[in-house]
Design a binder for this molecule. Structure first.
Ligand SMILES: Nc1ncnc2c1ncn2[C@@H]1O[C@H](COP(=O)(O)OP(=O)(O)OP(=O)(O)O)[C@@H](O)[C@H]1O
Ligand SMILES: [Mg+2]
Length: 350
């Protein structure tokens, strides 16, 4: 799928904000050579936001990797007999309908072997011997893929690949989080949690490998709506008040508390489930997405999940070309750029 290309723009078409990050390989090193973040205003369109992002970003390339997410995307961990990825792609068609809530003719399928199942309890149930593996199966409604293809091509861009938000999180972690030969990763369970506007993506890694992922339909928009109800203001005013919460600190905090409570209860359920089925501890939560910028959010998640939690900057350790990128702006929004960085990280395979 990839022709030789040294730059890729990771284009995260979020439900409220379009984020684009360009990575360029300088030798083996990925360098940030472009960045844009454009909010989709009430009444505005995604197409306008993408166009604006490419105007502002002044990227070197038109080659993009974008993603799909949400209800029309399903990710499953399927126990299979050990086989090559090519064999797996053929074999999975016979297994897929058992695992998917969709008809096979309405989806695009992809799959990849992820790991031997021994470590991961959930998959262990169906898989016994040494020649078993876990296949990561992803399916997306064809119309969603087509929408994305159109959104990209309509702007005169070239589409290098379409990924899934959940996987992009893990790819961003792999790019920036794991130092080569870092043995401490081997035995560590951690959760990547991205709180967006409409949804929260959870990806649990063990020893750096994905073993569980899930989306929850709770996000920053729910917080905005709660503030709007509490203060009897329009959503756009509530949005501004939420972000500059000093002016109404007590009201904002108490309005968003029930949303955070619901969110944390879903996150905790997922993490407890993983621990119960796998026997390893999820020690740390890395938070990202615009939703975690809400006042008190990360502290509350840490305390209520009873696990170490910190807001994650996916650009840590990456060199930034300061001649092309507004470094201050980039740093300010870094925690919301995890998916875009994960998408652009495919430049290494280009
Ligand atoms: N300073 C802030 N304080 C609180 N919330 C904020 C702040 N800045 C942004 N947000 C919220 O972050 C959300 C946008 O984050 P993000 O860019 O991660 O979402 P998205 O990718 O568009 O959404 P999704 O992933 O659900 O499609 C909005 O709900 C916005 O209200
Ligand atoms: Mg998002």
């Amino acid at each position: 799928m990839f022709r030789k290309s040294k730059s890729i723009v990771g284009l995260d078409i979020g439900s409220s904000v379009v984020k684009a990050v360009e990575l360029t390989l300088e030798g083996p090193e990925p360098v940030v050579t472009g960045f844009a973040r454009v909010e989709i205003p009430p009444g505005g369109t995604t197409a306008e936001a993408i166009e604006a992002a490419f105007r502002e970003g002044r990227f070197r390339t038109k080659r993009v990797v974008t993603s799909v997410a949400g209800q029309d995307v399903v990710v499953r961990y399927v126990p299979m007999v050990q086989m090559s990825d090519n064999e797996l792609k053929r074999a999975i068609r016979f297994e897929a309908d058992k695992y998917l809530p969709f008809e096979l003719d309405e989806v695009v399928l992809d799959c990849q072997g992820v790991a031997n199942t021994e470590r991961h309890g959930e998959e262990q149930e169906g898989a016994g011997g040494e020649n078993q593996m876990t296949a990561l199966l992803a399916a997306c409604k064809t119309e969603r893929i087509e929408e994305r293809v159109q959104a990209v091509l309509a702007q005169g861009l070239q589409l290098a690949a379409i990924d899934v938000d959940l996987f992009a999180l893990a790819n961003a972690w792999e790019l920036c989080g794991v130092m080569p030969g870092d043995v401490s990763e081997e035995a560590r369970g951690m959760a990547l949690v991205d709180v967006g506007a409409t949804r929260t993506s959870i990806n649990v890694l063990f020893g750096g490998q994905t073993c569980f992922s899930r989306e929850i339909n709770i996000g920053g928009q729910d917080m905005t709506q709660a503030v709007a109800r509490r203060l009897s203001v329009e959503p756009f005013e509530a949005e501004a008040i939420k972000r500059a919460s000093e002016s109404h600190e007590a009201e904002v905090n108490s309005a968003i508390a029930p949303v955070l409570e619901d969110l944390v209860s879903e996150i905790s359920l997922s993490l407890d489930y993983v621990e119960h089925h796998s026997g390893f501890a999820v020690e740390e939560i890395l938070l990202s997405g615009g939703g975690v910028l809400a006042p008190g959010a990360s502290g509350y998640i840490e305390q209520a999940c009873a696990r170490r939690a910190r807001t994650w900057n996916p650009l840590e350790g990456l060199r930034v070309d300061a001649k092309r990128v507004d470094v201050e702006e980039l740093e300010a929004w870094a925690p919301t750029l995890v998916v875009a960085v994960g998408l652009a990280s495919r430049v290494r395979a280009a």
